[in-house]
Design a protein around this ligand. Structure first.
Ligand code: CTP
Ligand code: MG
Length: 227
């Protein structure tokens, strides 16, 4: 079967500050979404990319216009009010013959193609759910207000990235069981809630999520070094 990638891109980007939806903000002259999708259509293992666009008529039209300039099989659906809903809406539109589904944040615009390939390979190798992870560099503490209650054992923690990869069956079951009123921040969380295993593969520093204005500065530096 084929490999589809769902790209949730419907968020507002409130933490980035006022302006266009985050996926449409520019980095080095191109919207974040274009950077992300360009890498995905370059990946040898990826057959189809479905973007969940900002749900307004203008949002959908703008994403259609941007994708028309890219090679590969790309499609657009209107996203939802939460990331989880955006993924669910895109998942419902996938062609029958897609049996592996990745979910990749538009906001992780500079993710190297090798991470995409490693996630697909792990699903093909038999994992129902796969996430790229990195060790946590900082010491992490639990707090109650401004008082520390515990130091968490950092060696057992991982920071989680995308793309996350799934058999279509596992992702469909996970979203069918999800509670839309308590949305999850990642798709693997929904799989864990079903008690199903989630496998990790090494992530990459450049797959970081562009969330704050500082992250855009960092992304510009990464891009300059690549060019
Ligand atoms: N996303 C989405 N639909 C939503 C909310 C988020 O498709 N209703 C997408 C975003 O476009 C982004 C990814 O999910 O690519 C990760 O979300 P996040 O980094 O939180 O982006 P935003 O929600 O846009 O940012 P913020 O939370 O700062 O508003
Ligand atoms: Mg958000």
């Amino acid at each position: 079967g084929r490999v589809a990638v769902i790209v949730p891109a419907a968020g507002k980007g409130e933490r980035l500050g006022p302006g266009a939806p985050k996926a449409l903000r520019e980095l080095g002259g191109f919207p974040l979404l274009v950077h992300a999708v360009r890498t995905l259509v370059t990946a040898r293992s990826v057959d189809l990319v479905v973007v969940a666009a900002p749900p307004s008529a203008e949002g959908v039209a703008e994403v259609q216009r941007l994708l028309a300039d890219l090679p590969g099989d790309t499609r657009v659906v209107a996203g939802g009010d939460t990331r989880q809903e955006s993924v669910s809406l895109a998942l419902a539109t996938l062609p029958e013959d897609c049996d592996v589904v990745l979910v990749h944040d538009a906001a992780r615009a500079l993710t190297p193609v090798d991470v995409v390939e490693a996630v697909v390979a792990a699903v093909r190798d038999g994992a129902g759910a796969v996430i790229p992870v990195l060790p946590v560099a900082d010491t992490v503490k639990a707090v109650d207000g401004d008082l520390v209650t515990a130091t968490v054992d950092r060696s057992t923690l991982r920071a989680v990235q995308t793309p996350q990869g799934f058999t279509r069956d596992v992702l469909t079951k996970a979203h069918a069981a999800a509670d839309p009123t308590l949305p999850a921040t990642d798709d693997a969380g929904l799989v864990e809630a079903l008690g199903l295993p989630v496998r990790t593969v090494p992530g990459h520093a450049e797959a970081f999520k562009i969330t704050t204005p500082f992250d855009l500065v960092l992304a510009e530096a990464v891009l300059r070094r690549r060019r």
